[in-house]
Design a protein around this ligand. Structure first.
Ligand code: NDP
Length: 258
């Protein structure tokens, strides 16, 4: 059973917060951007395809949520200076950053290790891991100024137990788990920033269709249906959760009366 989520019974969970979402133009990132905005956040939409970001911008504005900002950026080619410029722009325009969802990712090719193309390997590792490192480094000082900040990384089932042919993608998700754990341990007890990983599970997106072309994609939940954990960890309800890797599907919100 999937959690029909956005758990938006209590809207405004992210009121007056500023949240950056990478890969916000499509799939899970698009649903998260809409969910966060619907809950009162000013969302910075980062992605590589301007048209898609504009479409999400329109969805958010048309729903009456706070106006988002668009930041086109290709994580494959962005330099440390580009990340510093982004952090500075957020500081100048919005004054703070309370949340970061590292969501953008690429699958690369499913192929045996024996013949895995090293260039594809490097691209997947760069977009899925190194870009997250550089973005995190650039925005940490700004997030340190927030009273309650949350950084979320995106993992995968093959980031915990790999399988044949998942090559660079699986390696990148193991590395993502390690990056999250290392950062969480470094910030433990000395920071208001909490750091966690989400494994979305099989979700009805373009990447899932690419990974499983023969599958009936409709059997998987839509991104909007798995937003409960994304919202919980981003907002004040998840304040005490730190250094964990959690599954978005079959996740049940804790009962506040317990
Ligand atoms: P999609 O392919 O639907 O969306 C990926 C997003 O990342 C797109 O918006 C894409 O931009 C963006 N992106 C890719 N490369 C770059 C880049 N170089 N620079 C900037 N943005 C980029 O995938 P999902 O929504 O399915 O995946 C989201 C996350 O969830 C990924 O990290 C994925 O690994 C993870 N995941 C997904 C699962 C699933 O079943 N769907 C299962 C487990 C994990 P554009 O649209 O412009 O290409």
């Amino acid at each position: 059973m999937t959690n029909k989520t956005t758990s938006n019974t209590n809207l405004n969970q992210l009121k007056e917060r500023v949240v950056l979402v990478t890969g916000a133009g499509d799939g899970i990132g698009r649903a998260a951007a809409n969910c966060y905005a619907e809950n009162g956040a000013t969302v910075i939409l980062l992605g590589r395809t301007l048209k898609k970001l504009e479409s999400v911008y329109d969805e958010i504005v048309n729903s009456g949520s706070p106006e988002p900002l668009i930041h086109p950026m290709d994580l494959l080619t962005a330099t440390p200076q580009d990340y510093d410029d982004l952090a500075e722009a957020i500081k100048q325009e919005l004054g703070k950053l309370d949340g970061l969802l590292h969501n953008a990712g690429i699958l690369g090719k499913k192929a045996p290790i024996a013949s895995y193309d090293p260039n594809t390997w490097c691209e997947v590792m760069h977009v899925n891991v190194t870009a997250q490192l550089m973005l995190t480094q650039a925005i940490l000082p700004l997030m340190e100024e927030s009273d309650d900040a949350s950084i979320l990384f995106t993992s995968s089932g093959v980031g915990r137990k790999s399988r044949a042919f998942w090559g660079a993608y699986a390696a990148s998700k193991f590395a993502t788990e390690a990056l999250m754990q290392t950062l969480a341990d470094e910030l433990e007890g000395i920071s208001n920033i909490r750091v966690n990983c989400i494994n979305p599970g099989a979700t009805r997106t373009r990447m899932r269709a690419q990974a499983f072309p023969a599958e009936d994609i409709k059997k998987n939940p839509a991104p909007e249906e798995i937003m409960g954990l994304y919202l919980h960890l981003m907002g004040p309800a998840g304040k005490n959760i730190h250094g964990q890797s959690l599954d978005a599907q079959n996740w049940n919100a804790p009962n506040p009366s317990q």
